[in-house]
Design a protein around this ligand. Structure first.
Ligand SMILES: Nc1ncnc2c1ncn2[C@@H]1O[C@H](COP(=O)(O)OP(=O)(O)OP(=O)(O)O)[C@@H](O)[C@H]1O
Ligand SMILES: [Mg+2]
Length: 256
């Protein structure tokens, strides 16, 4: 589907420095980027480069030291109801079952129980968890727990989903499955997605575009447009391999 080019989310010179008596820690030096409406934008960067800090600023969990964030052209500060996060470590509540986890957002906003259960069912079904509404996280596999996290982000009625290495803790096989799953879900219910990863192959498999970050403190090194690679992408095709080589050569190892 062609993107109409409307800018959904914009970061302007975002910077984060942690000040302490032991010395300052520059986590993000300067990131400016624009995410188009309904785009699947991947942020690729080496370990510890500042990816999570950057996403945390976008969702209001961290205050930028400098820079601005705009949603739909308007500057935002702190948390924003249209922006929702799927966390790096599985951040669903262990004492709540799948449905209770998924309905947290609407419940917080006072949505009537029947209404929020109905939409909760829709999204649990969409992520392939029909029949597991009453299961607790300890009864679910890693992939299933991340599916609950994705359903929860969708059910929060967010227009922008931030995903921080959501498949990083999964085994290789499940990770491949989940990559197909997230694309299937996104095709079905288009939202604007910002997906963070440190895995080059995952980035090329998923993204409309890839924003490549430097090692810490993060700056934008390069932006790759992948619109010439039709989906589903074949990770051993020539064009895929060429992209992989180009990005590998450009990527910092992330070691000091
Ligand atoms: N609250 C904090 N106080 C001080 N330093 C912090 C804080 N949060 C993060 N950092 C530092 O900022 C740097 C970037 O961290 P961040 O978690 O964003 O990395 P990352 O790119 O997400 O890494 P990974 O790929 O391992 O998830 C790290 O060196 C980290 O130690
Ligand atoms: Mg991280």
């Amino acid at each position: 589907m062609p993107l109409d080019g409307k800018i959904k989310l914009k970061a302007e010179h975002l910077c984060k420095i942690y000040f302490s008596s032991k010395g300052d820690m520059d986590a993000v030096e300067d990131i400016s980027l624009e995410v188009k409406e309904n785009e699947f934008l991947v942020i690729l960067g080496p370990g510890q480069c500042g990816k999570s800090v950057f996403l945390n600023m976008l969702c209001g969990l961290e205050e930028p030291t400098n820079g601005k964030i705009y949603r739909d052209g308007t500057e935002i500060h702190g948390t924003d109801e249209k922006i929702s996060m799927v966390f790096q470590r599985m951040a669903i509540m262990p004492w709540k079952n799948s449905m209770q986890n998924v309905e947290m957002g609407p419940k917080y906003h006072g949505v009537n129980k029947n209404v929020r259960r109905q939409s909760g069912m829709r999204f649990l079904e969409m992520v392939g968890l029909k029949g597991f509404e009453g299961s607790y996280p300890r009864q679910l596999s890693g992939g299933m727990k991340q599916r609950v996290g994705i359903a929860r982000a969708y059910n929060a009625d967010a227009e922008i989903l931030l995903m921080d290495e959501p498949f990083g803790a999964l085994d290789a096989q499940t990770r491949y499955q989940m990559q197909d799953e997230i694309l299937r879900i996104w095709e079905k219910d288009r939202r604007t997605i910002l997906f963070v990863t440190n895995n080059i192959e995952e980035a090329i498999y998923l993204g409309d575009r890839i924003v490549l970050l430097s090692k810490r403190p993060a700056v934008v090194k390069e932006i790759y447009d992948l619109s010439h690679l039709p989906r589903p992408r074949d990770n051993v095709s020539r064009s895929f391999m060429e992209m992989r080589k180009e990005i590998t050569d450009a990527m910092d190892l992330g070691l000091e």
